[in-house]
Design a protein around this ligand. Structure first.
Ligand SMILES: *Cc1c(COP(=O)(O)O)cnc(C)c1O
Length: 364
């Protein structure tokens, strides 16, 4: 694995983990379901078992870990975290150990029972990751929890590197700035859209790093006029703060990036949010469903319909909700029927495979 230098603006160490450029597909049956013209950027196909959006961030984060001489990487997420799984597999590839702090409702009970080896958890174990269960209360203080784990490791003489939840900090978000550079090049080659910038680039948002990188990169490279981030947890207020902070960090690495301007759904008037050169970002928290990782019956039926009509598989935690939210935004007239939309498919297949029972009824 050679560490080459990234974009000239950001001469940062970087590993090349993504098999890219990932393809951009046009599926006419999907246009019918969504109600507008949709191109799908297949970041669910960034690689093999480690696939999804997280490895774009890990290109920068794990290179930083190596540059700092770390031997173990510590990160956190839900039990079926795609991010934890991608981190565990990529750490194994580059010769780092990994410790995953995974949230479960009742850690005592989880420790007493045999580990359920499904979906991402199976891949975590295959990668040799050390799994530690944490409670929802501990997880709320995840910054402190990660710091404590690092201190414990360093106390034992093992240099540790913290990758924050979702790989979402300024450095990680550069993976998505770079992804937008990749899309701009595909557009230039006639492989996506009709040559003009997309009206909207849309994706699922869980920890904010993808949204920050996509919004900044899409504006910087002329990929889209507006980014829609569909929250799958928390709410718009939380993500406005979080993504705002990540974007400030990202500009610290790459000062040529624009400012972020948060916009309301469906309000496109120029000047309504001041700075025309800014990266417009809508955080839409209306499609997050009953809870993180849980879909409404309507969302489940939608997910099944998408697969049956198009062969495209979306997951119940992230991409299924985002695509559902996109369809709703078109239905409400907030995104025009003649709009050109780039939907970023961010992955999540192993999480889907761990939710077969939940989907039984919707499968009919
Ligand atoms: C993590 C994840 C997201 C959300 O990305 P963030 O950068 O955490 O907001 C979307 N889709 C999938 C499949 C993911 O695993």
């Amino acid at each position: 694995m050679s560490a080459r230098s990234a974009a000239p603006e950001a001469s940062l160490p970087r590993l090349f983990l993504v098999h890219g450029p990932t393809p951009i597909l046009r599926l006419s049956a999907l246009d019918e379901i969504i109600g507008t013209s949709v191109w799908v950027k297949r970041d669910d196909a960034t690689s093999g078992a480690e696939s999804g959006n997280k490895i774009r961030k890990l290109e920068f984060l794990l290179a930083d870990a190596q540059a700092r001489g770390a031997r173990v990487v510590i990160t956190c997420g839900g039990l079926q975290s795609n991010h934890a799984r991608a981190t565990a597999l990529m750490c194994a590839r580059v010769g780092l150990r990994s410790i995953l702090l995974l949230r479960v409702p009742d850690p005592e009970r989880a420790r007493a029972a045999p580990l359920e080896l499904g979906g991402n958890v199976l891949l975590d174990r295959l990668a040799g990751a050390e799994i530690r269960f944490v409670s929802p209360a501990e997880y709320r203080e995840r910054g402190a929890m990660l710091e404590q784990a690092r201190a414990d490791s360093e106390h034992r003489g093992v240099r540790a590197y913290i990758v924050p939840e979702g790989g979402s900090n300024g450095l990680g978000s550069l993976g998505y700035v770079e992804a937008m550079r990749e899309v701009a090049e595909q557009m230039r080659l006639g492989l996506a859209g009709d040559g003009r910038p997309f009206d909207v680039v849309a994706h699922a948002c869980g920890s904010g790093g993808t949204a920050a990188g996509v919004a900044l990169g899409a504006a910087h490279f002329g990929v889209a006029h507006e980014t829609w981030a569909f929250a799958v947890c928390d709410d718009s207020a939380y993500f406005t703060r979080t993504i705002g902070r990540i974007a400030v960090e990202a500009r610290g690495f790459m000062p040529s990036l624009p400012e972020l301007a948060f916009a309301e759904p469906g309000r496109r008037e120029a000047g309504a949010f001041g700075n025309a050169a800014a990266a417009r970002l809508v955080v839409d928290d209306r499609a997050k469903g009953p809870a993180y990782g849980t879909m409404s019956d309507e969302q489940k039926r939608f997910l099944v319909r998408v697969s049956r009509a198009t062969g495209l598989v979306v997951d119940p935690v992230y991409t299924g909700k985002a695509l559902f939210g996109l369809a709703k935004a078109v239905e409400r007239g907030e995104i025009a029927r003649d709009a050109q939309v780039l939907f970023l498919h961010t992955g999540g297949l192993p999480g889907l495979l761990a939710q077969g029972e939940e989907l039984r009824e919707a499968l009919g």
